[in-house]
Design a protein around this ligand. Sequence first.
Ligand code: ATP
Ligand code: MG
Length: 686
Amino acid sequence: ADSPPPPWLADLNPQQLAAVQQGDAPLLVLAGAGTGKTATLAARVAALVLAGVDPHRLLLLTFSRRAAQSMAQRAGRRLHQALGLRATQAPPVLPWAGTFHAIGARLLREYATQIGLPDHFSIIDRGDAQDLMALQRQALGLAAAHSRFPMAATCLAICSRTLNSQQPLAQVLADHFAWCSAWEAELKVLFRAFAAAKAAQQLLDYDDLLLAWLQVLADDGLAAHIGARFDAVLVDEYQDTNRLQAAILQRLKPDGRGLTVVGDDAQSIYRFRAAEVGNILGFAQQFGPQARTVLLERNYRSSQPILDASNAVIAQAADRHAKTLWTHRTTGPRPQLVTVADELAQARWVADAVLARREEGVVLKQQAVLFRTGSHSAALELELARRQIPFVKYGGLKFLEAAHIKDLLSLLRWGQNPRCMLAAWRAAQLVPGLGPRGARRLVDALTAADDPRAALAAFLPPPAARADWPALARLVQQLQAADSPWPAELDAVRAWYTPHLERLHGDSAALRQLDLDQLQRLAALQPSRERFLTELTLDPPEATSDEAGVPHQDEDYLILSTIHAAKGQEWDAVTVLNVIDGCMPADMATGSAAAVAEERRLLYVAMTRARHHLALMVPLRFHVTQQHRLGDRHLYGGLSRFIPPAVAAWFDRVTDGPAAPDAAPAVLPPRPTGAAPLLQLGQAWD
Ligand code: ATP
Ligand code: MG
């Protein structure tokens, strides 16, 4: 049975090959980091296309658009090899490759009306959803009536988790938000109002995209029709899918034929957003005896010393499929565990190390600095800017969260969807003299009206806004009439907005204009305003220009990324910041055992991104920001509990030289009194 593989698959190992050549039985590839899961999936795509499957009939579900694009490229290279094409020929276009949300949005454009949704809905991101939740919370007087009622962000998290896990609210509260359990009844009222507001304004948030997609599939006829459009459905990073997503797959391919999923339970890092690791662990059971499982154990990414340290970290985890990775790349430097005085020293050390690596020939793009949350890189960003080391940051402050971008988009959204009160609310307040009260009055008038356009024309602004209001009203009416071509109409919007941008942002206005330039470039790539808004919401560009000198695309730059956003990727050199208790794991006072276990997997994901060089940073003094609600003070974190002595033995220990003159003396700060401290005194290892 062992016929030799075709030459274009000759580099695959036997297990990978088995996965690529597997027929259409339901297939699970369960394997550790860097074992070639994504590479195998790409080869399988190429094999399917080569076997004659139309690329339009392949549905590829990935974690980000970046991941979808890199998958298409990998598959394209394989096809080139197989067909002997010249490298200049374009890779196959995989029109149905993207995230669950993006694919859901595309299908809904076709099928929304079948489930009674308007065909012209707007998609809102998490930030907008939170604003809308805040408006409802306020309108219902919940905050006023109950002084400790959860904040809008928490309300949204509860709502989202309930939907994505498909569990009763009471259960979700008991399991994950116990401190909010007293508010179950109020939360239900709030969530109903939230849903009603979205329906009235023809808005869908990210969760709604999945819910509506599943609702379409609930119809047997539609499910069969849509399922039949795709010969194969392939899912990467399956360990981070939630119940809704698993249910969608189940409806698309009820018997699992043509379904391939790949993932690693040890890298499950989205349980806090209701990802269900049971999806991957229960796959074989779900599809019964015809399901096939392939395990991969050979790692092609990291050197053995890095794997040893990573294996040691994850080996302490209680619940996991034991997988020990090995590699042929047995030599290489041991990973480093670097103790520094504080965050400033950490920033200096990392910048030095990055430059030293570059001297050794590792370009900046092959180096990444990873951290637990976006704010953790602040000191490093300053240091990099000071030394003029270009960098790009992933997963931090998002492009769309910047005020000026939101302003401009709110105008476009209001033009696109006259019922979008969120957009009207924001845009109206750009008019000087029209504050929250005036905007509220406008929104109430628009909401009450049968025809929001007529209500807009009839609106009488407060006296202070009379001079400036008409220009905005005219602009929005023009946008709503949609009579200027796209993307030229953006010029009119910018012309109106520019004086307001300058008034509102003074010094930083010029920098912000650069972002708007970028927005306009993106707009030019889309065929219509509607597509532009959808694409931007579902897959926003990552950084804004206020993050010190955005490099040009062809330039060399260092990667800064949250660990979550680094999933699936790899670099020659990886540095992980703040491997201390309080950061990793974060927030120990409220963390359940399950939450701490997730933090351990997160560290494992971070470490397994590295090919040759890995350094974990341990600042002894850590600056606790307001986020931790302890005020502005310094606390000791101490080495993360995930690196006990037995694990530390796999590292070279490095201590930063003599303390820099401006470093503060290492004295113990007072422990916070009252409630349990969020940061504990950790134990240094020596
Ligand atoms: P993760 O769990 O981090 O997503 P993964 O299992 O998806 O990792 P890949 O990213 O597909 O792993 O592969 C890791 C690296 O190993 C890539 O650089 C890939 O090109 C390389 N690789 C995979 N399989 C082989 C092979 N058979 N021969 C040589 N290199 C390989
Ligand atoms: Mg992968």
